[in-house]
Design a protein around this ligand. Structure first.
Ligand SMILES: C[S@@+](CC[C@H](N)C(=O)[O-])C[C@H]1O[C@@H](n2cnc3c(N)ncnc32)[C@H](O)[C@@H]1O
Length: 318
């Protein structure tokens, strides 16, 4: 039976928890790295599998996760450590200090606590300072991006990271409005986005500002860059037969994970027209399973935030 994780109202409910346990399959004596600790939901379940013998290293760039880590520390006799920082950098540091892992988890994106705390500025549903930093000590905020980037850059951010159809119109409206008064609040941005898109589209799929907020969040936290750098660092840190699991929440992240796993599974980097391999690179991992795992209908009903989750997993070859 799974140990109980008792979420409070605003706690994060771990997504695809059974599937993460099945793919990472932690055993006593092993070292687990949870790159995205959050409320520690996955970490608590993974640490329980160590049965008091082994190590769990938790990473998060948000220092407000500390009380959740204290809760984990009290619940387990395994060795646990929390490292504050951006996961790709921390993984590189750990690897350079000779740390090796048997299982590594990345559960990407923001946590429910970050989304539900209005003062963090992630939500289009409540008016708050336009912030969106996962690490409140980081320099770049969402208001810096909105107030300072060129119109063309803003349109590109909304198009690429939000897949927003009206990216150009929204960027133009932002630049017009900020010439009179810079943006400080999420509410102001929501209003400008609503006015910039054609009326019928305002009532289309989801909240009209949803895609712009997603795009800004990805830009402010360099989410795709972190993921691109973290995957090779995680693979490097894994022992042979070590397991990697990545949960993503939108197609941009999932595409990066899928391409990385495919490339590492293939090994050879020679152009397809080469008759024989000249690079000598061999496969480094095996994707298990080959397709992404999605949440069951029952999980989505219990936790609607799991709806867009995709889990990809792999085993490092010896
Ligand atoms: C979806 S939540 C993880 C929830 C966690 N699995 C649980 O069960 O409670 C993602 C967490 O990862 C952190 N995070 C996201 N990207 C990060 C990065 N590049 N480096 C470090 N932490 C990151 C966020 O601050 C957030 O707390």
């Amino acid at each position: 039976m799974l140990p109980s994780v008792l979420p409070t109202e605003t706690d994060h409910v771990p997504v695809l928890a059974d599937e993460v346990l099945a793919t990472l399959a932690p055993r006593p004596g092993e070292t687990i790295v949870d790159c995205t600790f959050g409320a520690g939901g996955h970490s608590t379940l993974l640490a329980a599998r160590l049965r008091g013998d082994g190590k769990l290293i938790a990473i998060d760039r948000d220092p407000t996760v500390a009380p959740y880590f204290e809760r984990l520390r009290r619940s387990t006799s395994a060795k646990v450590r929390l490292l504050h920082g951006e996961f790709s950098q921390v993984l590189v540091q750990l690897a350079s200090n000779g740390v090796q892992a048997d299982a590594i988890l990345l559960d990407l994106g923001v946590s429910s606590m970050q989304l539900d705390r209005p003062e963090r500025g992630f939500s289009y549903a409540v008016d708050a300072a336009l912030d969106m930093r996962m690490d409140p000590s980081a320099e770049l905020t969402a208001s810096d991006v909105v107030n300072e980037r060129a119109e063309r850059d803003l349109a590109e951010i909304f198009r690429r990271y939000g897949e927003e159809r009206y990216a150009r119109q929204i960027a133009r409206a932002i630049v017009k409005r900020r010439a009179k008064q810079p943006f400080e609040r999420t509410g102001d941005l929501v209003e400008v986005v609503k006015q910039a898109i054609p009326a019928p589209a305002r009532f289309g799929e989801g909240h009209p500002a949803k895609r712009v907020f997603q795009a800004l969040r990805i830009e402010v936290n360099d989410e795709l860059g972190s993921l691109e750098r973290a995957l090779p660092a995680a693979l490097e840190m894994l022992r042979p037969s070590g397991r990697l699991a990545v949960i993503s929440f939108h197609s941009l992240e999932d595409r990066i994970v899928k391409r990385f796993l495919r490339a590492e599974e293939h090994g050879c980097t020679c152009p397809p027209e080469f008759p024989v391999c000249a690079c000598g690179a061999s496969p480094t991992l095996r994707a298990t399973p080959r397709r992404a795992i999605r949440p069951s209908a029952a999980e989505i009903a219990r936790n609607p935030r799991s709806q867009s989750a995709r889990l990809r997993a792999a085993v490092k070859l010896g």
